[in-house]
Design a protein around this ligand. Structure first.
Ligand code: ITT
Length: 207
């Protein structure tokens, strides 16, 4: 029996922070695979994320990448789920304020403050990633979550997105105060990819 690795996988995200994490984690889990990015497909259209679940949007993005490239493709749909905000920003995390990461953070903190002005509020939240991989043999979907609390104000310069206001349970650091590898080891994205990678590895075995 020989093990044959594919030449290439297309990592289908336009988010630079996410891309860096996906490349780092996937490379570590399945070394020896060439990872392409959407920079290799400059004319690819942005995918309309019309689904109302992380699973639906992750699948839309993976399918679009696979249709575009014909290559094995990996997509990540993710977001921050804040209990006191009824699960918002959720699947709308990327464009919650329409004003980028800083605006998104501001909106979450403002909405929590407004609730706190009325009554006591739980600041519990979780990050969710649904990673979807598609090749000629079909689709693999894995979900990873990270539980934590929303801090009263941003802390740290690392990571991306909502990292400065998210403190994982059991940690005294925000995700933005951690080293990249420290975040990967516990993150929603790390968890989803560490579940996905062995399944992807199995796909490439030929008897
Ligand atoms: P692609 O669709 O091109 O992958 P996107 O940024 O639009 O990029 P999503 O729709 O999945 O991706 O939105 C995810 C948003 O959730 C992202 O823009 C961040 O605001 C937030 N997010 C996801 N993972 C995060 C993480 O690990 N740390 C901080 N924020 C994160």
């Amino acid at each position: 029996m020989s093990i044959q690795l594919p030449k290439q996988i297309l990592v289908a995200t336009r988010n630079k922070g996410k891309l860096a994490e996906l490349l780092r984690i996937f490379q570590e889990e399945i070394p020896g695979i060439e990872l392409l990015t959407l920079d290799d497909y400059p004319d690819s259209a942005e995918v309309d994320e019309t689904g109302d679940t992380f699973e639906a949007n992750s699948l839309l993005k993976a399918e679009a990448a696979y249709a575009l490239s014909g290559l094995a493709s990996l997509a990540d749909d993710s977001g921050l789920v804040v209990d006191a905000l009824g699960g918002a920003p959720g699947v709308h995390s990327a464009r919650y304020s329409g004003k980028g990461d800083a605006g998104n953070i501001e909106r979450v903190l403002r909405e929590l403050r407004e609730l706190e002005a009325v009554s006591e509020v739980a600041r519990t939240a979780r990050f969710v990633t649904v990673a979807t991989y598609i090749d000629g043999d079909g689709t693999i979907v894995m979900r990873g979550e990270l539980e934590g609390v929303i801090l009263p104000a941003p802390r740290g310069e690392g990571g991306f997105g909502y990292d400065p206001i998210f403190q994982p349970l059991g940690s005294h650091l925000s995700l933005a105060e951690m080293e990249a590898e420290e975040k990967d080891a516990i993150s929603h994205r790390g968890r989803a990819l560490r579940l996905l990678a062995p399944e992807v590895g199995l796909r490439f075995r030929h008897s």
